[in-house]
Design a protein around this ligand. Structure first.
Ligand SMILES: [Zn+2]
Length: 331
């Protein structure tokens, strides 16, 4: 049983009439001039450096804060911790964006952040100058283990890739950008608050029939067969079963960007591609066949649901990385 220190130290003092009387004394009392240090917030992991920002014990190690604000957050003993307090306006903004995106609300500040409203207005977040119109939605959901959701602005209707945590503040921001026409769900794990978003944004959701379960039964568009399927001329949907039966990647052709869901990504520790086979719901063979499909597709960016984004120099570099991954699993 865990020791309850709080109970042990909160015994009530006896009533005044039962307390021993103090004797008068002539010893002069020296007043303390140094105030005691403020009590540490019990939620604070001891692995955090001292200072305003800290991560609590409920962190699920999804790594979101570590790639959003790598200057501030690091992995220590299997969870995130503040490794360096922000020292510039830019890093503070990134740390607050990570705070808002944390799926378990595990990031805190000792002092109320007066600039929080301003930071809320920065969402969705642009990703890269070479990915114009592609944004991170932030507000990751614990229901999808902190999966990343993206927004693609497009003249024929904006597309949201996977579902963030439902937040009216983000909904307002998305509406200012023209709303969302389609919510493309890469697979069953990352659907989070799709119903609330569909209700608010009146978007049409898309998922593969292989990943239709009770929670996705009301999705408007259910893809059948092996595809590929198209949304207009700029987007292609590629069936990549393995992680789940209905896993589908979305290719944004003009930007050579592939939104991979949990099919493939890069880990924190290495620049190599990783299949996260321990989470695959189908066989390794099925997943490897789906990886082979990507060899004939013209893209350079991997934008995953979990883990780190990768950009290869060109399609040949992308193919070399895929071939190295295949070789690792075949040998
Ligand atoms: Zn998944």
């Amino acid at each position: 049983m865990a020791l309850n220190l709080r109970a042990a130290t909160s015994l009530a003092a006896p009533p005044a009439h039962l307390r021993p009387r103090r004797r008068a004394t002539s010893v002069s009392v020296v007043r303390a001039t140094v105030s005691p240090p403020p009590a540490l917030d019990s939620r604070r992991r001891p692995q955090n450096v001292s200072g305003d920002f800290f991560v609590d014990h409920r962190c699920i190690d999804c790594a979101t804060c570590r790639w959003m604000a790598p200057e501030v957050f690091k992995r220590v003993d299997g969870q995130s911790a503040v490794a360096a307090q922000p020292t510039s306006e830019e890093t503070r903004t990134k740390a607050l964006q990570a705070l808002l995106s944390c799926p378990t609300s595990s990031i805190h500040t000792d002092k109320p952040a007066q600039d929080m409203l301003q930071v809320q207005n920065t969402f969705p977040l642009p990703i890269d100058d070479d990915l114009p119109g592609v944004y991170l939605c932030g507000y990751h959901s614990e229901n999808s283990y902190g999966a990343t959701s993206y927004l693609i602005l497009h003249p024929e209707g904006n597309i949201m890739v996977d579902s963030p945590r439902y937040t009216p503040k983000l909904a307002n921001q998305l509406e200012k950008l023209g709303g969302v026409r389609y919510m493309f769900l890469t697979h069953i794990d990352d659907v989070a608050d799709h119903r609330k978003w569909a209700e608010r944004l009146k978007c049409e959701r898309i998922i593969h029939s292989g990943d239709v379960e009770d929670i996705t039964a009301d999705v408007e568009w259910k893809l059948t067969g092996n595809g590929p399927w198209n949304i207009g001329t700029d987007f292609e949907l590629i069936h990549t079963p393995g992680h789940t039966k209905g896993s589908v990647c979305l290719l944004y052709k003009p930007l050579k960007a592939l939104f991979t869901g949990d099919h493939v990504a890069k880990t924190e520790e290495s620049d190599d591609l990783n299949l996260f086979l321990m989470y695959s719901k189908q066989s390794v063979g099925v997943q490897l066949d789906s990886i082979r499909k990507l060899l004939v597709i013209d893209f350079e960016w991997f934008l995953p649901g979990h883990g780190y984004r990768i950009r290869y120099e060109d399609v040949h570099a992308k193919n070399s990385a895929i071939e190295a991954l295949l070789a690792d699993h075949i040998n």
